[in-house]
Ligand binder design. Structure first.
Ligand code: AN7
Length: 380
């Protein structure tokens, strides 16, 4: 069998479609190339003829989709001789920024809401050597502070208002198209700061545009002239569907929300930075937004873990909760193909997982009889 080249990350793979110079020092941890898993049991349980795939972004190097954007943002920061990066974060951006800064040999400053980020994410930021700044405020307050302080200190912002982040994140759409040999009919995502739904729409649009002309307002990052050339032509683009937690659902309210609350701390965001872009993605694609209670989100997380063997964090499960509701109601019709992005790994937030689990943990004496009885009593 011929050797295939080693996979060395998404910048090397998609260099012709990314704003990276040939001689750039690429800061990569081998991100991207994540599995697209076709669900078996969940559609059967639904009794609906639909193809549901989950794009398991939790298998990126720091266990979330943020690495796609961070490899590009940090590569560009290093190219610009920046010695420090900064972000506000609900957790995953801080973990990713910390890791890529460590790899690059620069400093990461991360602003996180005190007491409101999952333990795994805090552990990552600390282990990778970031300067962790806990604020007595939420993500939105942190984001505001980051924007202000960047005018007064030599730091590069690596939140998704940095356009290189979205350039990296658009590659998830490329991978999906290459694997399915077309775009799905529906692409479902959890929405917080709204960068990822925007980035996916950019990716799908680039792939469907033969000339490289930008076909939507969502592509205005490149101001109408795509320097990377168009992608192969695919015949379709998906409807983009954004799902939010009810306590943090500005896109459903139609305005910013000041005190967002949800168990899905990753998307505890009330003032999304990519507001206009996300609206453009949803409207141009013919998609929609919807919202889910914390209970519904956690139920979807558990269903996916139990029935399909895929463990994602609560925020990520919002995409599946949404797809299931919309498939059941017929809003997503039978015969459709649906991709749900699972943005982060379940191990990010073990506390929430253990708290909500109803799985029996049996305590028995360390004896053969007791263990055998436990098995026989619990056979399905
Ligand atoms: C698991 O880490 O905003 O709509 O600061 O971690 O692109 O913001 C995280 C966002 C979904 C929402 N799922 O994506 C941060 C941060 C997970 C996330 C989102 C986030 P966007």
């Amino acid at each position: 069998m011929p050797f295939r080249p080693r996979y060395t990350g998404l910048i090397d793979k998609y260099r012709d479609r990314l704003p990276i110079h040939d001689d750039a020092r690429v800061i990569s941890l081998g991100e991207g190339n994540t599995p697209l898993i076709r669900l078996n049991n969940v559609p059967r349980d639904l009794n609906k003829e639909v193809d549901i795939y989950v794009k398991y972004e939790g298998l990126n190097p720091t266990a979330s989709f943020k690495d796609r954007g961070m490899t590009v943002a940090v590569t560009k920061a290093v190219e610009a001789d920046s010695r420090a990066i900064i972000c506000a974060s609900t957790g995953n951006t801080s973990a990713s920024a910390a890791a890529y800064a460590g790899r690059a040999g620069i400093t990461a400053f991360v602003l996180i809401p005190e007491g409101k980020i999952a333990m795994g994410k805090l552990a990552q930021a600390m282990m990778h050597g970031a300067v962790v700044i806990q604020i007595q405020g939420n993500f939105d307050a942190g984001m505001q502070l980051v924007k202000e302080v960047a005018d007064h200190a030599p730091v590069t912002i690596v939140n998704s208002i940095n356009p290189y982040r979205l350039q990296g994140q658009k590659t998830a759409a490329f991978e999906i198209i290459e694997e399915l040999e077309r775009a799905p009919d529906y692409h479902c995502l959890p929405v917080g700061n709204a960068g990822n739904i925007t980035a996916h729409w950019i990716g799908y649009c680039e792939y469907s545009s033969a000339s490289g002309d930008h076909v939507t307002d969502a592509c205005t990052f490149c101001k109408g002239h795509c320097p990377y050339g168009g992608g192969a032509i695919v015949g379709n683009r998906p409807k983009m569907v954004g799902y939010q937690a009810s306590g943090a659902a500005p896109f459903l309210r139609g305005h910013m929300v000041d005190s967002p609350e949800t168990v899905a701390t990753a998307i505890r965001i009330g003032h999304p930075q990519s507001w206009d872009y996300a609206w453009a993605a949803v409207k141009e694609s013919g998609g929609w937004f919807d919202e889910f209670s914390d209970e519904e989100i956690l139920a979807a997380q558990k269903l996916l873990a139990e029935r399909e063997g895929v463990f994602c964090e609560p925020a990520s499960a919002t995409s599946l909760a949404g797809a299931l509701r919309d498939i059941r109601s017929g809003k997503i019709p039978e015969g459709s193909s649906v991709v749900c992005t699972l943005t982060g790994h379940g191990l990010k937030d073990p506390d929430t997982a253990i708290k909500q689990s109803t799985a029996p943990v049996l305590k028995v004496p360390s004896e053969l009889d007791a263990v055998r009885k436990a098995i026989l009593d619990n056979m399905a």
